[in-house]
Design a protein around this ligand. Structure first.
Ligand code: EPZ
Length: 431
């Protein structure tokens, strides 16, 4: 079973290029099938979730021509099935975006119901509420969500909770509907805006993405386009927080600093120095003492829940008591037990982690419970005294392209190993 193995203690230094945003790319791949002409998507992140999403649309008959690891040409005219198999939903929840795009284009779709996941219940009620408001019949049963409509008509939809997935799914279902749709209390994440811009580049009429009121005017059809995915704010934040935890100095390149505002603000509060350029951000934590602070995860532009584990790993080394409150998901602190095994002093009460900073972490054999928690354990391992090995790294490889290569490029002693022999070889090399 593949593992990450690392020797901690090296301050990270240098520059790292950030890949395209996974959570934008997954939705854009689903939306691309809505045209009956070729759609070229550039700056795709080369991560497992993208590979699975491309397999899912190929499975229902779409043309998928992977030009290189960052570019794909998708052809939606050859789709011959409207059922997305559980095999794909089991691997990535975001396959549910095919509900919105297939319903929007063909007025019919069946997608296996996504299960829960390591970070809590992941209901679909808001997605279904939006589809019904547009005139679709939506049923759940036999592990499937089925949606169909004689026609889709524009509607006013209020989202009781801010939901990235529901906002994007409803947007896709509405772009070819008759008339006007408004989505109130919409999610404002950069990847929601990216999907709206992508749909507009295909001839859709979506206004107000990035605000809490999105207005869509249905069009007759969508045409081919060429589009480039925005940089991944969470990948960028992860490298920035690794720089902080290891007291290094790292520049993340090919980023949109505005998307990182909350992530950056918390590093400033923790005592780091920050320098921002047009498309780069430098974090310096050399010779500083990390300071405690309070963090609450919120929908964008608040502090992103996908940076919550990484924040906890950094604050675990701060000089004082911090709190991290998780307000989005109901079970996103599973990784804390693993951090405690590395010497962290953290108490979780309901949805709040109370973190008493320690002088250092100690290397240990730990397991990644989910994608971002796995990234947080890598951060802790790179800061720790000694050797850390991490199991279940398939979670991490869902969302981080060339993770160990990029980390080695900024001075980390880390390897991805597939067997005991390679593990021993690494241990020998670093001893
Ligand atoms: C997206 O998940 C991301 N995934 C998540 O990133 C991210 O954590 C999340 O948005 C929040 O930013 C993708 O984009 C593929 P939500 P999503 O709908 O859309 C509740 C990662 O690490 N809710 O915004 O599923 C829900 O339970 C992943 O890349 C309902 O109640 O999240 C949660 O409490 C992890 N009913 C809150 O809304 C619904 O119908 C926000 O969820 C839908 C959601």
């Amino acid at each position: 079973m593949a593992q990450y193995v690392m020797k901690g203690g090296n301050p990270l230094h240098g520059s790292v290029d950030i890949s395209g945003a996974k959570n934008a790319a997954l939705a854009i791949i689903a939306a691309a099938i809505m045209a009956d002409e070729p759609v070229t998507v550039n700056n795709l992140p080369d991560v497992n979730d993208v590979r699975v999403m491309l397999e899912a649309i190929r499975e229902i008959g779409a043309g998928v021509d992977r030009k290189d690891k960052h570019t794909v040409v998708i052809e939606g005219s050859t789709i011959n099935a409207l059922i997305v198999d559980y095999e794909y939903i089991k691997k990535i929840r975001a396959s549910y975006y095919l509900l919105g795009s297939l319903l929007g284009k063909y007025k019919r779709a069946e997608v296996a119901m996504p299960g829960g996941c390591a970070i809590g219940a992941r209901p679909m009620d808001l997605h279904e509420k939006g589809f019904r408001a547009l005139g679709a019949e939506v049923d759940e049963g036999y592990g499937l969500i089925s949606a169909r409509a004689k026609e889709l008509c524009g509607a006013h939809i209020y989202l009781d909770k801010v939901s990235v997935g529901a906002t994007i799914n409803i947007m896709m279902a509405a772009v070819l509907a008759e008339g006007k749709t408004t989505i109130e209390n919409a999610a404002k994440e950069p990847h929601v805006v990216d999907v709206a811009n992508f749909l507009n580049s295909m001839g859709a009429n979506v206004k107000g993405a990035g605000t809490d009121m999105i207005r869509i005017t249905g069009v007759k059809s969508l045409h081919g386009t060429e589009y480039s995915v925005i940089p991944d704010q969470i990948e960028a934040g992860t490298f920035m927080y690794a720089a902080a935890a290891t007291h290094g100095e790292v520049t993340v390149r090919n980023v949109i600093p505005k998307h990182l505002e909350a992530t950056t603000a918390k590093l400033l509060e923790a005592g780091c120095r920050i320098a921002e350029g047009d498309d780069a951000v430098t974090v310096s934590a050399r010779d500083i003492t990390l300071l405690p602070t309070q963090v609450t995860t919120l929908p964008y532009p608040g502090f992103p829940t996908d940076m919550q584990p990484q924040m906890t790993a950094v604050l675990g080394l701060a000089d004082g008591v911090s709190t991290v409150t998780e307000s989005i998901f109901d079970n996103r602190f599973k990784y804390v037990a693993e951090l405690i095994r590395m010497g962290a002093s953290i108490r979780v009460e309901s949805n709040i982690a109370i973190i008493t900073g320690v002088d250092h972490y100690t290397g240990a054999h730990v397991s990644a419970p989910d994608l971002r928690a796995g990234a947080a354990l890598v951060i802790a391992g790179l800061a720790a005294d000694g050797i850390t090995t991490i199991d279940d790294i398939h979670f991490v490889e869902r969302g981080y392209e060339d993770f160990t290569e990029k980390l080695r490029g900024i001075g980390a002693e880390i390897e991805r190993v597939d067997n005991e022999r390679d593990l021993r070889k690494f241990m020998f090399q670093v001893s």
